[in-house]
Design a protein. Sequence first.
Lengths: 219, 170
Amino acid sequence: MDYGTAGTALATGILFGFVLEQAGFGSPCKLTAQFRLTDWSVFKVMFSAIIVAAVGILLLQVNNTFGAQGFYVSEMYLWGTVLGAVLIGAGFAIGGYCPGTSVVGLGSGRIDGLIFMLGMVVGVWAFAGVYDTSFIQTVVNTAYVSAKTVPELFGVSPWLVIVAMVLMLIAGFAVGRALERRTQGVYTAEDITEGHAPDQPDDLSRDLGREATAENRSD
Amino acid sequence: MSCQVRPLWPPFVAGIVLGLVLLLTFVLVGNGMGSSGAFARVATEIGLQVAPEATRENAYLGGMAQGNPLAAWIVVAAVGTLIGAILASVSSGRFRVKVDRGSGRIGAFPRLLLALGGGILAGFGSRLAAGCTSGVGLSNTAMLGVAGFVFLITFFIVGIAVSMLMRRVW
């Protein structure tokens, strides 16, 4: 790996971790609250990020800025993707993180993030241990989907897919806001830092905080 | 150092900036951001240190042990992710060394066991899907990939279902 590659990897990685932490995604409480449907930050952040990136990628391809080859799109073996998503979704609900956010959790001081990362290494070894079995070989090598992209699969314009995604984002925002208001479930920076539940503010520490503020003022 | 906890970025703002970071990654590197690949690489490296022969002979790890430039790239990106998260949390007064026990209804040790178990599932699953929420869910979906949409829909349905069993924890 040359210095240019290492530099871009480090720089984009730093930006990635910085933004995820600023969104509150180092907190397993906030992350899993998406699955309890009380805090819709994960959906909002991910979906708007996908749409922004997808529009940018499409515009770059229209102008053919980066040649006809385009950017990398991975192939899909349906059962591998589905079963993998099942295990990652379950692991998220149980452990509180996905692979990337566990690193962000550690970066904000969470030891459980580090343990989740250790668990992933063990999970890779477990996978390597059973890789030769006919079950795993069947899962990762069959049901190949030749259409790599959704526009290719349905034979529609990519812009139509983007429009559909924007409509989904708007619908998600509306449903999310209604549920967030009903449950009062959105975690603030204070909640995730001090370990409060959003609907049960810790009165004692809130009073202490008020006192501290008053003291600061008198200084 | 300021002890004041700064507010989080509004989700829409964080989403737009994250989208631009993802776009920048595509432009600079040619593929999107990934995370789980770094753990596969680290698992291979540890295997090479502890049991070199078994690792090289293993049908899955053996291929990676021969060296894959993308895998090396992704490890540096993961180190960057850690640095970026430290910079953000420290500068915003949100850095706390702790075991995050959610609502505090379970002890630290059970919480760490759950984190370990969740990590094992995610590590295994990421090898089946050849990626995780970052590489498949975010990056592949930004390319309007079929795998990304299949991944996200399955991920959210299973996450919601399993989280119903985990109410006591959070």
